[in-house]
Design a protein around this ligand. Sequence first.
Ligand code: ADP
Ligand code: MG
Length: 365
Amino acid sequence: MSKVEAKNVWKIYPRGNVVAVQDLTFTCNHGEFLAILGPSGGGKSSTLRMLAGLEEISRGEILFDGKVVNHLGPAERNVALAFESYALYYRLNVYENIAFPLRARGMKGKEVDEKVRFIADMLELGPYLKKLPGSLAGGIQQRISLARALVRRPNVTLLDEPLSHMDQRVRHEIRARIRHLHDELGLTTIYVTHDQAEAISLCDRLLIINEGRLQQIGTVEEVWNRPANKFVAYFIGEPTMNFIPGKVETVQQVVILTSSGKRAFSFEPHTLPEQYVGAEVTIGVRPQQIEVSREGNRTNTIPGTVKIVEFQGDRTVLTVELDDLAGSEVKAVVSAQERYVEGETVWFYFAPSIIRLFEEERLIL
Ligand code: ADP
Ligand code: MG
């Protein structure tokens, strides 16, 4: 078993009095692949280093399998680590670097050899085993660091941007192998990245952190469909979610106030509490969920003029200015087969189920 819990954890760096992590509480379950995602400076690495036992916890508790580990170092916590900086042993060859955590635990001979060769094979390091790491490219050194982390079965595997120095092709390949190893070896993995595509492709659940604060934790589907706040809504998804100012008209209807009056959008059968009627809100709609057509003869539609058509190979992104809301641009994703031209009028249909509403920052629908 290796369940990891953070309870009201804070990190305050005395130097500069920086509050890097604030009151962070979450659980990573046994066997889970949890991705910690957030912008640079958000507190991801500080969190991971506290989990690893490399950084003192200012306040709060970290528990492994229900036991507080605050006072334990990395070895006692039995965690495997790989960071953006590789921290390899430059006087040992690649083979011995990977073998190091096994030998440190008293493993010998054939068992070491089997494990090292298995992981080296997985991460395409076979040709380099006899070389010294210093002579190899950054991307390869990072793979060695990753191999060293993945060679054994620790309580928890902690990876901080472990693919950042690899080129695009290698990165895609290696990330698939990391996930495969996680499943194969039954690991519990916490993986830090600022790259949402990487996080989404790897994880069981996402933890989103910004300015040291937990924004949301959930499956990709939960976070994508029901972002807890506008930060998450904007941070997850490409192109980003559209935000349009609106006003709650009834418990099942929101309106956009336009130059020509009101345009109503129903979110029936969903219902808001009565207290929100009259509230100024932000309507959130995902570009991928908008239905675009050349006719507007139904409810929940709004017309606009196509400003930009971006053909992206597998899809086309339209940037449309709403006709009766000057300066308001909305993006929609359509299939690559559909042909739209700049200047033409299109109608956006917002199905009731895709409408999200935010009051201030917080999701209310
Ligand atoms: P991330 O990994 O998400 O980019 P970090 O955890 O590295 O974020 O940093 C969070 C904040 O803490 C940043 O403002 C960063 O400058 C600050 N910070 C990180 N390490 C230290 C340190 N050793 N001393 C002082 N401030 C630090
Ligand atoms: Mg970092």
